[in-house]
Design a protein around this ligand. Structure first.
Ligand code: F6R
Ligand code: MG
Ligand code: MG
Length: 372
């Protein structure tokens, strides 16, 4: 057992209320029951159950390291139990959607749920932010993570603070080939951007400070690549550590003041702005969106998550400082919506391969005649 603390954020869409809209409170209740039991048994030190749109989120701390089979099994069994006892019982929409495997086999990666895990030695004080998004994909973190850890126009500390000045190392995964590469910023910034600009293929999975201090971890699963068919977008999660030689909380949040365009939204087939919202607004409505992101702030203290009011974390986008980003997101949403089924609102043909569009195109195949 390690003296280090691990934060595991494991999420799945196991069905939702009134369409692909919102997790039902009873689903969260059952999840809490399962995690409370695991806490009493000493498997995990603490937990917080929440949701972002139709995704059930399990945020846990423990001392078992990343990719621990017992922790992954706990998450898998929790999702199964929620699905059996609530999603199926209430006939919630798309019950069990992300539970793609028949049975648990050691690690939930590749089985449907999304996972972000970060093991670290606790500093004197360890603030963390857990980001959770709905109606988008893991590549949606590329732009904000780049800005947080590599863009001096976002993160003043990269210029001012000697401990950030040496830069950060990014691990980038090629989700198509299943290979990864580590690139160091600022030295290899242009190489890094050459990859990150294709967020449907290259996604940031980890970030370390130049001296190896773990700084961030993101989920990378692409459900369609696992299932070989369209099963919704992957609604990613991400853990970022803050302060004292890492980007400040405000530098981390600043990256979300610009609602950048991400892939996802309706039928996982459209570009739309990523709107930063509070938990109460983390429910997709207009055209199943627009894509949303929430940010919860915790202290990690002696291996446990500490909240602000009892267990409740800080709901960081519940703040008028992000009203402008939300208004801009609504403007962008209007602009893009007016394109209807046209690109660049609808995704390009490469990305549409993983949707239901090819089935429609296949029907027309034999009707094409040689153009004269
Ligand atoms: C996007 C998403 C939704 C659904 C859409 C159609 O990730 O989950 O936008 O794709 O609501 O859903 P079905 O085909 O289940 O009616
Ligand atoms: Mg759903
Ligand atoms: Mg979702």
């Amino acid at each position: 057992m390690s003296v280090k603390t691990t934060v595991s954020v494991i999420k799945a869409d196991v069905g939702s209320f009134c369409g692909h809209h919102i997790v039902h409170p009873k689903q969260m209740e059952v999840a809490r029951e399962c995690l409370e039991k695991a806490k009493k048994e000493g498997l995990i030190n603490s937990y917080y159950v929440t949701h972002c749109g139709d995704d059930l989120q399990l945020i846990m701390t423990h001392n078992r390291g990343e990719s621990d089979p017992k922790i992954h099994e706990l998450a898998w069994n929790t999702f199964i139990e929620v699905n059996e006892r609530v999603s199926k019982e209430l006939k919630l929409y798309a019950a069990g959607q992300d539970l793609l495997a028949e049975a648990f086999s050691g690690n939930v990666r590749g089985m449907g749920p999304g996972v972000a895990e970060l093991e670290f030695e606790e500093r004197r004080s360890d603030p963390i932010v857990v980001f959770m998004a709905d109606k988008t994909e893991p590549g949606a973190w590329n732009l904000p993570l780049f800005r947080i850890f590599a863009d001096p126009f976002n993160t003043a500390g990269l210029v001012i603070d000697p401990s950030l000045h040496e830069g950060f190392v990014f691990e980038v995964l090629d989700v198509m080939e299943g290979v990864s590469v580590k690139l160091k910023c600022p030295e290899e910034m242009y190489d890094l951007l050459a990859l990150l600009g294709t967020p449907g293929r290259y996604v940031i999975s980890k970030v370390w400070r130049h001296d190896g201090l773990p700084a961030a971890a993101a989920s990378v699963s692409r459900l369609s690549l696992i299932a070989g068919r369209y099963v919704g977008k992957d609604d990613p999660v991400c853990i970022v550590r803050a302060q004292h030689g890492l980007p400040a909380l405000g530098e981390i949040l600043e990256a979300f003041a610009f609602p950048h365009s991400v892939a996802g939204w309706m039928r996982g087939s459209h570009h739309g702005p990523m709107m930063p919202v509070s938990i109460k607004d983390a429910k997709c409505t207009r055209f199943d969106g627009p894509p949303r992101v929430v940010a919860l702030g915790f202290q990690v203290t002696n291996g446990k998550l500490v909240g602000l009011y009892g267990d409740e974390p800080a709901d960081l986008f519940d703040d008028p400082a992000f009203d402008k980003a939300r208004a801009m997101a609504n403007e962008i949403a209007d602009y893009l919506r007016r394109h209807g089924p046209f690109m660049p609102h609808r995704l390009g043909p490469d990305e549409m391969e993983y949707t239901t569009l090819p089935q429609v195109l296949a029907k027309l195949k034999d009707r094409f005649e040689k153009a004269t």
